[in-house]
Ligand binder design. Structure first.
Ligand code: JB2
Length: 210
């Protein structure tokens, strides 16, 4: 399914994965904008400038954008900026992810290979469901949250806006992760985690604020 030419923001590691996902779904990647506009390629896509190009891209026939930046706050801000410039945010969903037909997806979302999103889950704008992560039924992943590779979220888990769940972490059913919270790699969340908390370990304990 092709939605028209896509501009990708960000030229780092995340962008490499995203560009390959977009191509695998039939999208044409027009080019990449990065804070460092030095001409180069990212998995063969050319860096064509920085964000000052955003406003003029519609006139060049670009219709869609994808924000391929891991920083959750920045991704959310740039996503809204691209929308204000008249670009639609496209989703980058691996053909090897399994997304339930009853799941709801926002826009600007990355869902990597091996991810599983089960029934009636709600994945909001600009979230990342990374490689091999599992969101069981009725999950709510809020705007610009990032569920890192290999995470396992049981049913009814909520992840707040811009929160980050580190690689291989897990969450028992029904727990809430507050907005902007960070859960360390391999942690096991058995209690709710407050907003902006840093939580680590098994079971996860709040060790500070981010
Ligand atoms: O305001 C900006 C901006 N700020 C930084 N606009 C644009 N268009 N680009 C910006 N950047 C660029 O984002 C930097 O110049 C850099 O090229 C890129 C970030 O690359 P980096 O490799 O540091 O991180 P990443 O966001 O691609 O990947 C992180 O998040 C992923 C989800 C890493 O932690 C990865 O390991 C992770 N898989």
């Amino acid at each position: 399914m092709s939605a028209g030419p896509v501009i990708v923001l960000g030229a780092g590691g995340h962008a490499k994965v995203v560009i390959e996902l977009l191509r695998a779904s039939g999208h044409e990647v027009f080019g990449v904008l990065d804070a460092d506009p030095t001409p180069r390629t990212v998995v063969d896509a050319p860096v064509i400038g920085d964000d000052s190009r955003l406003e003029s891209l519609k006139a060049e026939g670009v219709t869609h954008a994808f924000i391929a930046i891991g920083d959750n706050g920045l991704r959310l801000r740039l996503g809204r900026k691209a929308q204000r410039a008249g670009l639609e945010l496209v989703n980058a969903v691996s053909p090897f992810a399994r997304v339930s037909p009853s799941a709801r997806l926002g826009v600007g979302i990355a869902i990597m290979a091996g991810a599983v999103i089960n029934a009636e889950s709600d994945i909001r704008d600009l979230a990342i469901i990374n490689t091999g992560a599992v969101i069981d039924h009725d999950g709510l992943i809020c705007e610009a949250a990032h569920v890192a590779p290999g995470c396992a979220l049981a049913g009814d888990v909520t992840v707040g806006q811009r929160a980050f769940l580190g690689v291989g972490s897990s969450v028992i059913p029904g727990r809430h992760i507050g907005e902007d919270a960070v859960v360390g790699a391999g942690a096991c969340v058995v209690h709710d985690i407050p907003a902006s908390a840093l939580a680590m370990g098994v079971p996860a304990r709040v060790t500070g604020r981010v």
